[in-house]
Write a protein that binds this ligand. Structure first.
Ligand code: GAL
Length: 357
């Protein structure tokens, strides 16, 4: 027994010496890059896809991707960012729920030496480092152009996005750029103009019902701000037998919207190539984490550098282009690009009418 114990003791000693020795010999381990991502909600299709893209990049490149979702609660988003900072992240990427409220996280991030990138949604009134985005004014113009080209005259319902999100204001600015001359000429009459808090489709549904009631169903077009709210509005139109008769467009190319486009109840969508935005944010975050010059690190094929005013300063911003998608180019832009699958988009259409791609 004693012998066995002695042998065991010797073995333990040898192994700890070996470990110590090996430890002393090995190269210092290169620190893994940690990117913190704060997403406002995973309730909308696009954010889920984008988080999956970040995670796939992390896995393939040995980068730690730490994700927190605030599930539509702006206060929670602030405390989640504090939590990410306490985990020693190198860079912070924020998809803000409330463009103003989230500004408070920037100073604590900087105090920890962590640069902040606003992702898709601007962070207002703070010393933001970078903004990676689509051109939201153009999104609004695309939406309004779709509708105006089908209904250049008549009664309109105008649904704007979530007022807490600065993008919603930019999108509405885009609508106005197109609509104003028609309104001034008296060709277009806005029966009802409303924000949809939290981009909530239910809000869009209720506002559309109200607009229809106000105009005795005499509505020629609806301006919506994204695919979710367009879906809510189309539900209200359908209840009055008007779906497909009243032009309406969204943004994001959600699968439900793509289906409605081929079915004919939604005119079009402003498609945002999410993979490009995602790629740009990753390249920027990696450049910052590795101390490289971000301006030259980003692939110019992804978008263009510009400067945007966040109320505090002009922020270096990278803008990715959007594409107007309707029935005519949906196969090309959404299916052939790999964004959606043919069988998903055409799910509700008889197979005999599916395109041959
Ligand atoms: C906006 C974004 C849109 C849309 C919307 C709803 O900020 O620009 O693409 O997704 O949020 O989440």
């Amino acid at each position: 027994m004693k012998k066995i114990l002695t042998i065991l003791l010797v073995l333990v000693l040898i192994s700890s010496f070996t470990a110590l020795f090996a430890g002393g010999q090995s190269e210092p381990k290169e620190k893994r890059i940690k990117i913190g991502i704060s997403v406002g909600t995973l309730r909308q299709e696009r954010w889920v896809r984008e988080i999956e893209m970040f995670e796939a990049f992390g896995k393939a490149n040995n980068v730690d991707i730490l994700v927190q979702s605030a599930e539509d609660d702006p206060n929670r988003q602030v405390s989640q960012v504090e939590n990410l900072l306490s985990q020693g992240i190198d860079v912070l990427i924020v998809q803000a729920l409330d463009s103003e409220a989230i500004g408070v996280v920037i100073d604590p991030a900087h105090a920890d030496g962590v640069p902040v990138i606003a992702y898709d949604r601007f962070v207002r009134n703070g010393d933001l480092d970078y903004y990676v985005t689509f051109d939201s004014v153009k999104v609004g113009e695309v939406q309004a152009e779709f509708v105006v080209s089908k209904a250049p005259k008549g009664n309109y319902i105008w649904l704007k996005g979530g007022p807490e999100d600065f993008n919603a204001h930019l999108v509405a600015q885009g609508h106005r750029n197109i609509l104003q001359p028609y309104i001034d000429r008296g060709d277009i009459n806005i029966v009802l103009e409303q924000w949809c808090i939290g981009w909530d489709p239910e809000e869009a549904l209720r506002h559309t019902e109200n607009g229809l009631t106000l105009a005795n169903n005499n509505i020629q077009a609806v301006i919506a701000s994204n695919d979710g709210t367009a879906g809510g509005a189309i539900q209200a139109l359908a209840a009055q037998g008007l779906a497909g008769k009243v032009p309406i467009a969204g943004q994001d190319a959600d699968i439900a919207a793509a289906q409605r486009i081929v079915e004919g109840t939604q005119t079009g969508t402003a498609y945002k190539p999410l993979a490009l935005l995602n790629r740009a944010a990753i390249e920027l975050a990696m450049a910052l984490a590795q101390g490289k010059d971000p301006k030259t690190a980003l692939d110019p094929a992804l978008g263009v550098w510009t400067q945007l005013d966040n109320g505090y300063k002009m922020v270096d911003s990278f803008s990715v282009d959007v594409v107007a998608v309707d029935k005519d180019n949906i196969d090309e832009e959404l299916i052939k690009s790999g964004f959606h699958k043919l069988e998903d988009v055409y799910k509700n259409i008889p197979r005999s009418q599916w395109p041959n791609l």
